[in-house]
Design a protein around this ligand. Sequence first.
Ligand code: ZN
Ligand code: FE
Length: 266
Amino acid sequence: MLTVQGIPAFDDNYIWSIRTNGGTDVVLVDPGDAEPVIATLHAQGLTPRAILVTHHHGDHTGGIDELVAHYGLPVYGPAREHIPHRSHPLGEGDTVPLPELGTTLRVMDVPGHTRGHIAFHRAGDALGPPMLFCGDTLFTGGCGRLFEGTPAQMQGALQRIRALPDDTLVYCAHEYTEANLGFARIAEPHNTAIIERLAAVRTARRQGLPTVPAPLGLEKATNPFLRWDAPELIKNAEAFADRPLTTPVEIFAAVRHWKDTLDQPI
Ligand code: ZN
Ligand code: FE
């Protein structure tokens, strides 16, 4: 079985560390800061074998320099972005063999948050459920801001993510679920799955527990950025935009714009 540990960094980032049950070889995803990674590896007697990077932002790449200097690791990252020490440029359909973990990841192009953003997908098998390491594209309960890409790109990326199986575990890079679901409840107030999830997430956060990963099926039921065909969400997005919205891209763009106006950082 594969184990994925979230190493907290900065205020709300997770640096994912993937290993086999009982194994000591790990693969790191989006190491924005080297210090907590090195501390965790030391404390647990683990050896890093590779770094995977979803996009170029500093909170995902800031630790690469020091980790490469320390351990001499290969760095897998998006071909279309500048990633320090990148040894393996990746794009749609590429595979990342991880022999130390006995598994292979598949790369998806998911532009929108940044122009070249990629995600790493693992199909489910005897080693564990399907997993998606999606950086700042899909968040639990939300999605990344459109810093470089267009609504059409982001909605296209999310549509392809939404087509993955419900039991896919979503490993996004930030603990934003509670704030995201606060907006989800405003966008779709009669969706009882959102109300129930928000209550559960608040309880978990009060206890200091992470709310990431979450199964994609729960995202499909509660995340407004995957629900462009939900009638109540469409109605409320049209009220916000003050015009009829017909296509999934138009609906997604209005919901994203709506959330952007609400003075939240995400
Ligand atoms: Zn980012
Ligand atoms: Fe980030």
